[in-house]
Design a protein around this ligand. Structure first.
Ligand code: F6R
Length: 607
């Protein structure tokens, strides 16, 4: 969730650093800082938004071709300027920016203090600058290597030193770092989005690697100075894609582009005539997949909710046992895994700590590992045997929207891919493939109703509590609708399977407690109608998400949003869109910064 940027080259470093930090700021942060080496090292830090840092920088004229910057999301030590990065050693020679957590920092700090080092912050990071200072004998990378051999924890870090001033030294363990170069110099960042304006060819560091970046290129080695050969990955993301494209918020832009992002997820992957899905990333492991007799799908937050939908899709159409698992819980259970268990990690960022923890646990126990990842080159994609990229484009808004619908689409493709390997009929395959191909157009029809949904949000925004209910495929969508409302509008919302109502939640219902009922015309429609009637009997206002052509629901619910008819297994992709829009307009009506909800970060890289 913190962001790192470093630059060395011909240009003035400061504008490069600020631009990079701005592009990384979507991850969520509470303070920021930069250091640039010119005639001297100039360090400026500020609490709050990047504008506060820029305001402070206004009075400095920092010139110099080497520098690092950081946006911090506090873990150890409060949100203060002292705790903001970069962190210096005792003499103001060495400066460190760091993402991750140094677990043994207390012991290291005690030892360093005993040796005379004085600390200026409460952070775990500051031990790094002092430790490196301890080992520094004129060559920065040597000192970094020696220091890191004493460190326990996780890091993506970049270090610069006044007494070795032509380079950036970067190192990674469980916290992403990416390098790029062009004719102007060398760059390092924790997020490719910070570098897309400089190059689309990027080199991702692996765990245990150390990079020395100069104006003319870079060298990568391990902690023991054994050289590594690295290949650049070409990214498709353009600078424009990472910008708002005329919308007021990234979240709205990302909701409104779902017709296109879904099309991108489907592109080249449907073979309608044969009723099949082509998933190039899985072809090399096709035979291995044939032997899988159990599938665990895991993720966190919205990605976990996608896993729940996947459980319904795959069990119904592929016929193997599937379990959706919350990664944070899974990693600390004693999961029973056999050689023929496949573990599928779902993650937009591919860097979520708990998802990675669960993946590693499953791998260790012998599972065959797969991933569904949006961020190309991210850790989940590199640590799994095979997988499928979402191709949904960068998701900047903290609340996941287009990544979620893309995850559902990829799960539907996977259902088709595995189903046709395991006895799904040609006719069923063709029906699913054909309907998946129509989804972008059906999504567009829902998005055309955005203005109406904005009016509904205006009508309801003063209510403080909401219940979301759904059944079967749309039970997870009730969870997702409630999660979106909570995140974006800080409004209490609970998602339940409608069958659970009578077992407790119905006690909440009165005229001040609206329910959003997801009630498409599917196999559980009648049961949903009974649940809605029970709510109406208790005077609860009801907003229904129903299928176009339903003539009954208008007489039962207070308000209805209609979605087009589709196959039951694909209804979640459509039903979630009005709920995303409702949460968005609700948050806007309440006057909140919907792109950066309080207390949340885009990529949760610590437990
Ligand atoms: C909710 C949201 C989060 C993420 C979760 C997992 O809107 O965005 O719940 O879905 O933190 O993130 P990824 O998918 O990056 O692993």
């Amino acid at each position: 969730m913190c962001g790192i940027i470093g630059y060395v080259g011909k240009e003035n470093a400061l504008p490069v650093l600020i631009e990079g930090l701005r592009r990384e700021s979507y991850r969520g942060y509470d303070s920021s800082g930069v250091v640039v080496f010119g005639k001297d090292a100039q360090i400026v830090k500020a609490v709050g938004k990047l504008e506060a840092l820029e305001e402070k920088l206004g009075s400095f004229r920092i010139q110099g071709g080497l520098g690092v910057g950081h946006v911090r999301w506090a873990t150890h030590g409060g949100v203060t300027e002292e705790n903001a990065h970069p962190h210096a050693d005792c003499n103001g020679n060495i400066f460190v920016v760091h993402n991750g957590i140094i677990e043994n920092y207390r012991i290291l700090r005690e030892k360093l203090e005993k040796r005379g080092h004085t600390f200026a912050s409460q952070t775990d990071t500051e031990v790094l600058s002092h430790l490196i200072e301890d080992f520094f004998e004129g060559n920065l990378e040597d000192a970094v290597r020696k220091a890191l051999q004493l460190v326990r924890g996780t890091y993506g870090l970049v270090v610069i030193a006044k007494q070795d001033p032509e380079k950036l030294v970067a190192a990674r363990l469980s916290s992403p770092l990416v390098l790029a170069t062009n004719t102007e110099g060398g760059y390092v960042a924790s997020d490719p989005a910070a570098l897309v304006s400089h190059s689309n060819k990027m080199v991702f560091l692996e765990d245990g690697e150390v990079a020395v970046i100069t104006e003319h290129g870079f060298q990568v080695s391990d902690l023991f100075n054994v050289s590594k050969v690295k290949e650049a990955v070409e990214l498709e993301w353009s600078v424009e894609e990472a910008q708002k494209g005329g919308y007021e918020h990234f979240m709205l832009k990302e909701i409104m582009e779902q017709s296109e992002s879904i099309l991108n997820s489907l592109r080249g992957r449907l073979v309608e005539k044969e009723g099949k899905a082509k998933l190039g990333g899985l072809d090399p492991v096709k035979d291995r997949l044939q032997n899988v007799d159990r599938l665990i799908i895991s993720g966190m937050g919205t990605a976990y909710i996608a896993a729940l939908v996947g459980e319904y899709m795959l069990e119904e159409h592929v016929g193997i046992p599937v379990e959706a698992e919350n990664a944070a819980e899974f990693r600390y259970r004693k999961p029973i895994i056999s050689d023929n268990t496949a573990f599928l990690a779902i993650s937009q960022s591919g860097e979520t700590a708990d998802t990675l923890g669960a993946l590693r646990e499953a791998k260790e126990k012998g599972a065959f590992t797969l991933g569904i990842v949006n961020a190309v080159g991210a850790t989940v994609s590199r640590e799994t045997a095979a997988g499928v990229y979402n191709h949904a484009g960068p998701e900047i808004g903290v609340a996941s929207t287009k990544a979620f619908t893309s995850q559902l689409v990829v799960l539907a493709l996977l259902t088709l891919y595995l189903g046709r390997q395991r006895g799904m009929s040609l006719v069923t395959g063709q029906r699913i493939a054909k309907e998946l191909g129509r989804i972008p157009e059906l999504v567009r029809r829902i998005l055309d109703q955005a203005d109406r949904i904005a009016v509904l949000a205006e009508k309801y925004w003063k209510y403080s509590n909401f219940l979301y209910i759904g059944r079967k495929y749309n039970y997870p969508i009730a969870l997702e609708g409630a999660l979106k409302l909570k995140e974006i509008s800080y409004t209490h919302a609970e998602g339940y399977g409608a069958g659970e109502m009578k077992h407790g939640p119905i006690a909440l219902i009165d005229e001040n407690f609206p329910t959003i009922a997801i009630v498409p015309s599917d196999s559980v429609y009648e049961k949903m109608i009974s649940n809605i009637q029970e709510i109406k009997t208790r005077k609860g206002p009801v907003i229904a998400i129903a299928t176009e052509g339903n003539t009954e629901i208008g007489d039962i619910a207070d308000d209805v949003i209609y979605i087009p008819k589709t196959l039951e297994m694909l209804t979640p992709i459509l039903a979630v869109i009005p709920l995303q829009l409702f949460a968005y307009f609700f948050g806007v009506a309440k006057g909140y910064d919907v792109d950066k909800p309080r207390n949340l970060a885009k990529s949760v890289t610590v437990e």
